[in-house]
Design a protein around this ligand. Structure first.
Ligand code: YNC
Ligand code: MG
Length: 402
């Protein structure tokens, strides 16, 4: 029935009548009418701005999310976003402390019981480029669920965005709400099939043996694209140019500044706790012709399957781009993406990832099945807040941290 969402500036499921309206805001926000203070919380709780420049506070967010954030439908796995991941995801260029919202218990424990975060990004929706907020990591402690706290969090972060003159948002989720602008499915490529089988993630298909499954998922030990190497600082401008041109082909994409290319892609940490892994292909003439990346996100094994293994180490396909997209022969694009995808899988295998995940967006459907990815049962829906546009198929924003 969506009692809360029915009050919000989002398209209704049955809004067919509006389908001919041009793209634009659903509601005009009047800045003077935006409340200057937060709505009250239930007795015993208070609003806080989290200070993510303080390692202790990042650890508190880590702790809340590691115990209470997103689980799969069968409660077998829970995302385990690391503290370095949160630092990377929430302190991107021009981040604002006022959009790092928490709820604490009053009293001596001051326990953090709920969060919702926003970061500023530039988004292109078809022909319109907008400054928006990307909302992520909304979480309520399990003991406080189903008390209508989520709408309170959403309204508070909205108020804080309005005060900054930001009136549109993008967010993703596994749940169906009014109304997805696009939807995609998760695909999974086993890198350590035996471990995935032992933790209950990959069942043995009928008429298959374990040995056959292991053989089927073997990868060559080394990459094969000539000129393939890790991304370095000196590649930033070339990647900025290549990725920007590549993304012009899609209808819903982030528009990156140079500083954002550095932030989102440059390999920073040592491999042991690296979040983002980025690679380029350098031609003989020194030109960067291709780019590919993935990020590391572990899941904790929470069910009865947790006896033998504690965690699944997953690589998530992130952004990629190739000059081949500008070659008039479409066949060349598919072949090139198969080649780049294979080398990303090999890098992930070398870095001891157990599985490689990807969504059915952008050009991914061109190579997923041939690279032995299989459809999972998870869906990811993309949503826009206060912006009307026709549904977008496939060409949707890659940022997919659920
Ligand atoms: C969800 N994921 O439908 P109705 S994704 C949005 N996104 O409202 P209560 C959600 N809305 O149906 P609980 C939602 N999940 O009555 C539920 N809702 O209209 C809606 N899980 O609230 C739901 N993190 O407090 C219903 O539910 C209302 O106690 C019910 O809390 C929900 O970060 C939640 O999956 C999700 O921690 C916090 O279950 C809790 O269950 C939890 O009674 C595990 O809420 C972690 C989890 C969500 C991950 C994410 C994106 C969030 C986007 C929020 C919307 C942002 C809008 C734009 C704002 C800025 C605008 C500007 C400018
Ligand atoms: Mg609640």
């Amino acid at each position: 029935s969506y009692k809360f969402w029915a009050t919000q500036p989002v398209p209704r499921f049955d809004e067919k009548a509006e389908a001919d309206k041009p793209d634009g805001p659903i509601k005009e926000v009047i800045r003077e009418q935006v409340p200057k203070t937060a709505a009250p919380l239930p007795e015993g709780y208070e609003w806080v701005e989290l200070d993510l420049t303080n390692d202790e506070e990042i650890k508190e967010v880590y702790k809340l999310l590691s115990l209470h954030y997103v689980e799969d439908d069968h409660a077998m796995f829970r995302f385990n976003y690391s503290a370095v991941f949160l630092d990377w995801a929430l302190k991107s260029p021009d981040w604002k402390k006022s959009w790092h919202v928490g709820v604490r218990a009053k009293g001596p424990s001051r326990l953090l019981v709920a969060t919702i975060f926003g970061i500023p990004i530039k988004l292109r929706i078809r022909q319109n480029v907008l400054d928006v907020v990307e909302i992520n990591f909304m979480c309520v402690h399990k003991k406080l669920r189903s008390r209508r706290l989520a709408p309170v969090l959403i309204k508070e972060v909205t108020r804080r965005c309005y005060l900054e003159g930001i009136y549109q948002a993008i967010y993703t989720g596994g749940v169906v709400l009014p109304t997805p602008v696009g939807s995609c499915r998760y695909f999974h490529r086993s890198l350590d099939w035996l471990k995935l089988n032992e933790v209950g993630f990959s069942p043995l298909p009928p008429n298959m043996t374990q040995a056959k499954m292991i053989a089927r998922n073997q990868l060559p030990p080394n990459t094969s694209t000539p000129g393939w190497r890790q991304m370095e600082e000196k590649d930033v401008d070339a990647i900025h140019d290549l990725l920007s041109r590549y993304l012009e082909r899609f209808d819903l994409v982030q528009v990156f500044s140079r500083a954002e290319i550095v932030h989102w892609f440059l390999n920073r940490e040592k491999p042991e706790n690296r979040v983002v892994w980025s690679f380029v292909v350098e031609g003989k003439d020194g030109k960067i012709t291709d780019f590919g990346s993935f990020y590391c996100l572990e899941s904790t094994i929470i069910g009865e399957m947790s006896k033998k293994h504690e965690k699944i180490r997953a690589a998530y396909l992130y952004y990629y781009a190739t000059e081949q997209a500008f070659n008039p022969k479409e066949k060349g694009l598919k072949e090139r993406l198969l080649q780049l995808g294979q080398d990303l899988l090999i890098e992930a295998k070398k870095a001891k990832f157990d599985v490689f995940n990807a969504l059915t967006l952008h050009d991914n459907p061109l190579f997923l099945e041939q690279l032995k990815f299989g459809a999972g049962d998870g869906q990811l829906h993309h949503y826009l807040y206060n912006w009307r546009t026709k549904p977008i198929n496939g060409g949707i924003n890659e940022k997919n941290m659920p």
